[in-house]
Write a protein that binds this ligand. Sequence first.
Ligand code: FAD
Length: 415
Amino acid sequence: MSNPSHCIIVGGSHAGAQAAASLRQEGFAGAITIISSERTLPYHRPPLSKASLCVGACDQDLFIRPSEFYAKQAIEVRTATRVTAIDAQRRSVQCDNGEQLFYSHLILATGADVRRLILPGAELPAVCYLRDREDVLKIRTFIRPGGHAVIIGGGYIGLETAASLRKQGMYVTVIEAQSRILQRVTAAEVSAFYMRVHREEGVEFLLDASIECLNAEGEQTAVQLADGQRLLADLIVVGIGVLPNVELARQLGLDCPNGIAVDEHARTACENVYAVGDCTYHHNPIYNTSLRLESVQNATDQARVAAQDICGKPTAYKVLPWFWSDQYDLKLQIAGLSNGYDRVVLRGDSLQGRSFSAFYFCGARLLAVDAINRPKEFTFTKRFLAEGRSADPSLLADESIDIQNCFTQEASSCH
Ligand code: FAD
């Protein structure tokens, strides 16, 4: 029988945990159950490639909220449990422990899982991925000073991992299939900057590289490249992107172009079923584009929107995306979406030192900023972008002009 007021949240990470907390904040009085395939309470994922990767790191700090929070808010968290099927007619979910639970509202916060390497030797023991705490525990067993780590993929996860492993005395080689690292997400100038800093820190790069196979070689693993090069590794970390977990949504017959399609209230096309976080494909009205985001900001903000809708306070999701990445002493903060840019303006010197900002324009419109060790430029740009204001490229390029004075007073018409 259907529970008149029971919100079931599938997935206990950033989006799931926030959805539960926001439901209570917005006044949801019914039962709330988070069903999480993870073994622990919801935890912060970003540190996994940063501080947590260090042997001996304190894992207790990772929890998003302490256990008392869930008890006090009457939020039940069922860990180590996977939802295997949903019956939308009966409004029930089936769990892998045989249990069936009934919902009045269902929130899919199933996130994303790593894209796996498909080539001979990909299953060898030293081949690791980095998405959850179990992955971190496995990687830590291979970390030893003087050992050689090969990172496959020069995106944020791969580069953060490279920095964390260098800090622990490993030799690191990053293998990237494209002609530059971070190609999908940043301008060439920013890629070149990160490559320079990583090289200064002792990381080696192989670009335009393709791997043929991996072979066990004693205690090590040989990475065989198509151009004949061969690397011996003690640890291999694969960071080649993620795929949204959409199987449950597909079972419901939902449209999943690149993630579960949701509207501005995080509603799916199935009544009383919502989706939030990394698993969603949604419209961003600020950029008039539909996309899937992989960020804590999106996971938490979209979860709030779903909770508001469930509590009868619908608020359309309209938030400027933002993101960060930490590598060595570099704090990168990104505001906005740079997709479709036709011009990049640098503020500061990307060729020397470790601090500058890259502003992305499309025509006269400022789209986004990558601010490296420039929190003030990030903060003001984020605020002004959210207000729909653009900036004068020549003023931005002149560091003697205060960042606040580089922006237009009026919101741009294309906002
Ligand atoms: P996820 O975190 O993917 O969680 C989904 C959860 O649902 C998982 O625990 C999964 O096991 C569970 N699940 C899936 N299917 C089921 C099922 N059927 N039944 C039960 N449970 C299920 N973002 C930033 O903004 N800044 C950063 O610096 C940053 N660094 C990162 C570093 C790493 C190493 C990683 C992996 C991610 C990083 N991210 C960062 C991205 C950020 O962590 C994600 O955007 C965020 O975790 C998304 O939250 P989510 O709840 O939507 O999904």
